[in-house]
Every structure is written in structure tokens, then in C-alpha cells.
Design a binder for this molecule. Structure first.
Ligand code: ADP
Ligand code: MG
Length: 685
């Protein structure tokens, strides 16, 4: 192709022959069987009767030109009456000056376009707005194909891309390299990668195109699963982690120090974690549990074991508020057990910071709690044996790795309160072991959730007032998601209104992420002590904050959040003994209300996560740092069964040939080595 085409392709990120060869069509058009004119007309009339149906639809047909006419306006319109034995239809071409002269009565013409019932003035009839056409020779048999539709650019149509690919298909093939071991391909009846891409670009039928896609997705999944399995195998074989063994009766002793008994789920996951920590291969475990399920105590149990065995622990949280809260809750719990806790924040003064840093380094501190401040270069430990990452999805892969790099091979516990759908967890977190707390501590009354229309906001505030009168506190969550200027302005306006008009007699305060951390803590402190009755907050309250006396949460513009995030938010209430309420305010739109109603119907975080994923796709769960960095053709959720097959084959391959040293596995090994970085981004750790 020429430099001009190359430039246009580069604009849509197609830069190498391989990129071009592996450009997947976003759709296909089946042009194999033209419709009869009568059918096209009938279908258009049918759509016009049905209020649910779209007005127009794409059609292809072959007709004979009866007569033509041209309207010579600013945009010329050429019309032709086309007929076959089943009827006649008006075909129109826009913007093709002089085209009527090229179309003679009696010509056979193939047309593709959008058909629609048109009512113009006094005439009503079905019209086909032509997008493509071809004049056929008298004796020419029409041969149609299944045509790929490529993601076109501003300057490059799908057809142009199709043309370039078709002309170069043979050359392009030499840039595609199979990585599937022949035995695996044969087992599933898959042909070569080249054959699959050929079929994608020039399919024989929609079915064969779908089969080719499956072949490609399988290879992609196989690569992912192999990378995860290899990493896991490497970790397990690697060793180097401190073997931390719990003395008999340790769990009972820990429980005895608590004001309550551990739930069955907590006991189970503590046992899993302690077992991992007893091995010389570093633990890499994801602890999932809904908000309020008691993950902090599980973390404390892990810290206890580490400290008893003489190694340090570090707990990293995404925000200072959350880290401070962990420190405030863990210190009183752990100190009586002889475990010394220190916290390190970015906002600390130099002297304070140096003091804390010194304690980490000397080993005077057993548990270091902090934010990103923990992963700064000059923070070091005497012997770090356990790293815990709270709200792990809020950190990037590199940040988590940095914390671990403070020691040779520490055990790592990732924690998340965003329940991840099981399917996604098994793919995205394939290199982690999973622990799930699926039981809430006893005595909680489930939060009652209501969806209210925006026009009824006053009712929600009336309800807040009633609860405040009963000495309860309330959150109002302001619609500030990215905390842009505009959003903060609207949050401030809401604050003014709450203070001046709605709750002039109450203490109302605003908490948002852009406040200096000292102020944030001051506000949180006053709310915790009950000095603030109504806290207007942006989503900084999302994670972890624990104020048991807060029993009402009003979420403004709730439709702007994902279900999983709303679930997370409402978990801030319902932490005490009082019955708690969450009121979701959304515009009066049926689809919003329906979606939000899911939250009113269930408090099961996993169910909500599945539903959210069904509605919004997997992106929501991928986490900011990882999202979108690797483009997958397959969807690990929709194509889950295929993923599990690929995973089984990848595991079997590594079992049989752990170093992939056999000749027939060379391509698979190259895949691991070459694409490791790209695939690692998809994986979690
Ligand atoms: P998470 O971090 O999973 O959201 P937390 O660890 O903050 O949950 O626990 C939520 C609340 O439940 C805390 O106040 C904690 O003290 C309490 N809690 C935890 N485990 C238990 C238990 N087994 N029995 C009673 N209360 C518990
Ligand atoms: Mg927590």
C-alpha cells in the first residue's frame, strides 16, 4: 500500500503488518442472498406498524431499472424505480451528481441500503436509501459474500481496509505466528492461526467466521492462562519466604483477646492464610469479603502470626482516612498482644516521618500501617515478612510490587470489599489463591434501600431529619465522582442549601477528596464523635470508614454510579445496632430506577457484582490501573467456558513440561517470554 494509506491506518492504530493482519472486524454483513423486492417492501411496512421496531433496516436486493430521475438541488438526489417479479421499489442515491445518466432502464443492478416507509407530501412508499451498488452484466450470476466490517477511521472506510487486507492477505499471513501447541489445537479440531485469520477476513459463512473467532479467542485465553499458571508455578517453586508456623492453640488465644467470636467464615480464611504463611513459597492470596464482613480482623490474625514468628508486617491502604482508621482500630487490639503499630502518611512532617521510618528499620515496629507513603524508596524494614494490601484494586500492579520489593519474598494478602464475580476472579486473578468471607458477623439488621425520584428529594431530607432527632447521624453523598471543579461547585451549592435552607439548625459539614488531609481527618473526627449530624461527602467515604452511629445514607444522582460502587457506599451505614437506611435519588427514568431497584432487592454483594457486570461489562472491575491496557478479543466472562478449557489445557501443558522445553512447545514458551509484560498487566499481581 502507499504511504498515504499507511498514514491513515496509523491513525486508527494499525502500524505494523501484524496489526493489520490481526484487525478484527467489528461486524459482518451477509451479502450472499439478496432479498426479493416484495420481501423488502413487506418488511418495511411491518416495521412502520410496530412502534418498537426501528424505522429503517439494511437490505440487499437485485432489481431491474424501470426509470430514473434526478433532482438537481444543492445535494443532488437520483432516484430509480427498480423491479423484480415480486414488486417495485424506489431506490435513491444522495449526492451523486449526473449518476442518473449512468443508469439506463433495463439495467440489472445490485443495491445495498436502508429501506424505510417514507411519507413525503401526498405519496407514501417504501424507499431504499442506497449505500452500495453494482451494475450487473446481463448474463452475470450474482455471487455475494459474507463481508467483514472493520472499525473504520475518519479517513478510511471499512471497505478500503477490507481492500487492503484482501490484496495483501498472503503476505500478511507470514506475520502471524501460532502459539498453540499442535496437540492442543488438534484436540479441539482447530486449524492454523493463519487459516483462522483468513476465515475472519474472508469468511465462507457467518458460522465459519464464528468458529474462526473461537479459535483466536482460545489461543488468547491459552496465553493468559499459561502466563498465570507459569507465574503461580514459579512462585510456588521459588521459596524464599519465611515459614511462619502458628503454635497450637494460637487461634483460640487470638479469639480470647477479642470482644466477640470469629464468624465461621473468618475462622476458615484465617486457617487458609496461616497455612499459606507456614510454607516457604510466598503466599499470594486474595481475600474477598463484603463490606462489614470483618476483613480487618482477619488481617490482624495474619499480623499476629508474623509478629509471633519475629517478622514485620506492612498494611497499605489507598487513602489516609482509611489507613488512619486501620491504625486506630488495630493498635488497641494488637498492643495488648505485644504488637507495636506505627503509621506513616504522606502528610507527615519530616521529623515525625524520620522517627517512624527509623522504627520500621530497627524492627521496633511490628506492624507498619500507611498509604502510598510506605512504598517510597527510602522506607525500609528490618525484616518484612507479610504485606497486606487493603482495597487492592485501588492500587496499580507496580505499586503492589513495590511494597513487596521491600523484602525478598514476603507473604502477600490482597483484600477487597468489592465482591468480584466468580468468573472474573478465576480469570483475572488466576495467579492468586482465593479466600472468601461469605458471612456477616451476627446481629446486623440488613440495610433498607429505597429508590426515590429526584423530585422527591425533600422527602429524603425529611427522613434524615427524623433520624437525627433520634440521635442518629446521616451521610449525604454528593455527585462528585472525579471531583472536577464543576462537580465540587455543585457539591458546595448542595452544602449551602443544606446549611441555609434544609438543616439550618443542624451541624452540616462537607468532606471531599481535595481537602488537605489534616482537614479531612478533622471533619471525620468530628463526625465520629457525633459533633456533625449530617455529613455531605463525595465518594471519599466509599472505602472503610466506620461510624456505627450513622444510620441513614442519601445518595444523590445515584444513577451515575455502578451498582457495585453503590453497594460499597451504602456499606458505610448499617454498622451499628440501629436499623439503617439507604435512599438512592435518581432522575425519573424507568431504566435508572430498574437498575437501582436491584440494590433495593438484595444486599448480597456477589449477586450485585454479577448483575453489575452483566449490565456494565467487566471494565468496572478491572481496576483503574489495569483497565484497558490489554485489548482482548475474547470476553473472559461471556466466553468463560472457553477460558476454562484453555486453562485446563495450559495447566496440563505445564504439568507435563514445566519448562516448556519440548520442541513442540517452543512457540508457547516464546509466547510467555515475549508477551509476558502485556499479559502481566491483565493479571492482578
Ligand atoms: P470490612 O473491613 O470487611 O468491611 P471490618 O473489619 O471493618 O469489615 O468489620 C466491620 C465491623 O464488624 C467492625 O466494627 C468489626 O469490629 C466488626 N466485626 C468483625 N468481626 C466480627 C465478629 N466476628 N463478630 C462481631 N463483630 C465483628
Ligand atoms: Mg475494611
Amino acid at each position: 500500500m502507499g504511504p498515504e494509506s499507511a498514514r491513515k491506518l496509523a491513525e486508527i492504530n494499525i502500524r505494523t503488518p501484524r496489526d493489520l493482519a490481526a484487525t478484527y472486524p467489528r461486524d459482518y454483513k451477509d451479502w450472499r442472498r439478496p432479498a426479493s423486492v416484495g420481501d423488502v417492501v413487506r418488511r418495511a411496512l411491518g416495521r412502520a406498524q410496530d412502534p418498537q421496531a426501528p424505522e429503517s433496516a439494511e437490505e440487499i436486493l437485485i432489481g431491474r431499472v424501470v426509470r430514473t430521475s434526478e433532482f438537481r438541488g444543492r445535494i443532488p438526489i437520483v432516484s430509480a424505480e427498480l423491479e423484480d417479479e415480486s414488486g417495485t421499489i424506489k431506490a435513491t442515491w444522495f449526492g451523486r451528481r449526473g449518476f442518473a445518466g449512468k443508469l439506463a432502464p433495463g439495467d440489472r443492478v445490485f443495491v445495498h441500503g436502508r429501506a424505510q416507509l417514507k411519507r413525503t407530501g401526498k405519496s407514501t412508499g417504501v424507499e431504499l436509501n442506497v449505500l452500495h451498488h453494482r451494475i450487473l452484466r446481463e448474463d452475470e450470476a450474482y455471487v455475494g459474500a459474507v463481508m467483514p466490517v472493520y472499525p473504520a477511521g475518519k479517513e478510511l472506510s471499512s471497505r478500503a481496509i477490507a481492500g487492503i487486507i484482501e490484496r495483501n492477505l498472503d503476505v500478511l499471513g507470514s506475520f502471524l505466528h501460532d502459539s498453540l501447541p499442535p496437540a492442543v489445537a488438534a484436540k479441539h479440531g482447530y486449524g492454523s492461526l493463519l487459516e483462522a485469520w483468513r476465515e475472519v477476513h474472508k469468511p465462507h459463512s457467518p458460522e465459519s467466521a464464528a468458529a474462526a473467532r473461537e479459535r483466536l479467542v482460545f489461543e488468547e485465553f491459552f496465553g493468559l492462562a499459561l502466563a498465570a499458571a507459569a507465574r503461580r508455578a514459579q512462585r510456588l517453586a521459588g521459596g524464599g519466604a519465611p515459614q511462619l508456623r502458628a503454635a497450637p492453640g494460637s487461634l483460640e488465644a487470638f479469639e480470647a483477646a477479642l470482644p466477640f467470636r470469629l464468624t465461621g467464615a473468618q475462622q476458615r480464611v484465617v486457617a487458609q492464610i496461616w497455612a499459606d504463611m507456614g510454607r516457604s513459597s510466598p503466599m499470594n492470596r486474595l481475600l474477598q469479603g463484603d463490606v462489614g464482613s470483618g476483613k480487618t480482623l482477619v488481617a490482624a490474625a495474619a499480623v499476629l502470626l508474623a509478629a509471633r514468628c519475629g517478622v514485620q508486617s506492612a498494611l497499605m491502604a489507598p487513602t489516609e482516612i482509611l489507613a488512619a482508621q486501620h491504625a486506630a482500630r488495630l493498635a488497641p487490639l494488637l498492643l495488648p498482644l505485644g504488637i507495636r503499630v506505627d503509621a506513616l502518611y504522606g502528610s507527615m512532617g519530616t521529623r515525625e516521618r524520620e522517627r517512624v521510618r527509623g522504627r520500621f528499620e530497627s524492627g521496633e515496629c511490628d506492624l507498619a500501617i500507611g498509604t502510598h507513603a510506605l512504598i517510597v524508596e527510602d522506607v525500609a524494614f528490618r525484616e518484612l515478612g507479610l504485606t497486606i494490601i487493603d482495597e487492592q484494586h485501588r492500587f496499580g500492579v507496580a505499586q503492589r510490587a513495590k511494597l513487596r520489593s521491600k523484602s525478598r519474598a514476603p507473604h502477600t494478602l490482597h483484600m477487597t470489599a468489592t465482591p468480584i464475580p466468580r468468573t472474573l476472579a478465576q480469570t483475572k486473578y488466576a495467579d492468586l489463591d482465593l479466600s472468601i468471607i461469605d458471612e456477616l458477623p451476627p446481629g446486623r439488621t440488613p440495610i433498607e434501600t429505597f429508590v426515590l425520584r429526584g423530585s422527591r428529594k425533600a422527602m429524603a431530607y425529611e427522613f434524615v431529619r427524623k433520624n437525627v432527632a433520634r440521635k442518629r447521624q446521616a451521610y449525604v453523598v454528593a455527585p462528585a465522582i472525579d471531583e472536577s471543579e464543576a462537580e465540587l461547585t455543585s457539591a458546595l451549592a448542595e452544602l449551602e442549601m443544606l446549611r441555609n435552607e434544609i438543616f439550618p439548625d443542624l451541624n452540616v459539614a462537607l468532606l471531599h477528596g481535595r481537602l488537605p488531609s489534616r482537614e479531612k481527618e478533622a471533619v471525620m473526627g468530628r463526625f465520629q464523635r457525633g459533633e456533625i449530624e449530617v455529613l455531605l461527602a463525595t465518594t471519599v467515604v466509599e472505602v472503610g470508614v466506620d461510624v456505627p452511629n450513622a444510620s441513614v445514607m442519601v445518595i444523590l444522582d445515584a444513577h451515575r454510579y455502578g451498582l457495585a460502587q453503590l453497594h460499597q457506599l451504602r456499606g458505610r451505614v448499617g454498622r451499628g445496632v440501629a436499623r439503617s437506611y439507604c435512599i438512592l435519588i435518581a432522575p425519573d427514568d424507568r431504566s435508572h430506577v430498574e437498575r437501582l431497584q436491584i440494590l433495593a432487592d438484595t444486599t448480597d454483594g456477589f449477586k450485585i457484582a454479577e448483575e453489575d457486570m452483566r449490565l456494565r461489562g467487566t471494565g468496572e472491575f478491572a481496576g483503574t490501573a489495569q483497565a484497558g491496557e490489554i485489548d482482548l478479543l475474547g470476553d473472559v466472562v461471556q466466553d468463560f467456558a472457553l477460558y476454562m478449557q484453555a486453562k485446563a489445557d495450559a495447566d496440563a501443558l505445564l504439568d507435563a513440561d514445566p519448562d516448556l522445553s519440548l520442541a513442540e512447545h517452543r512457540a508457547a514458551r516464546a509466547l510467555l517470554e515475549g508477551a509476558a509484560d502485556a499479559r502481566a498487566v491483565f493479571l492482578s499481581s
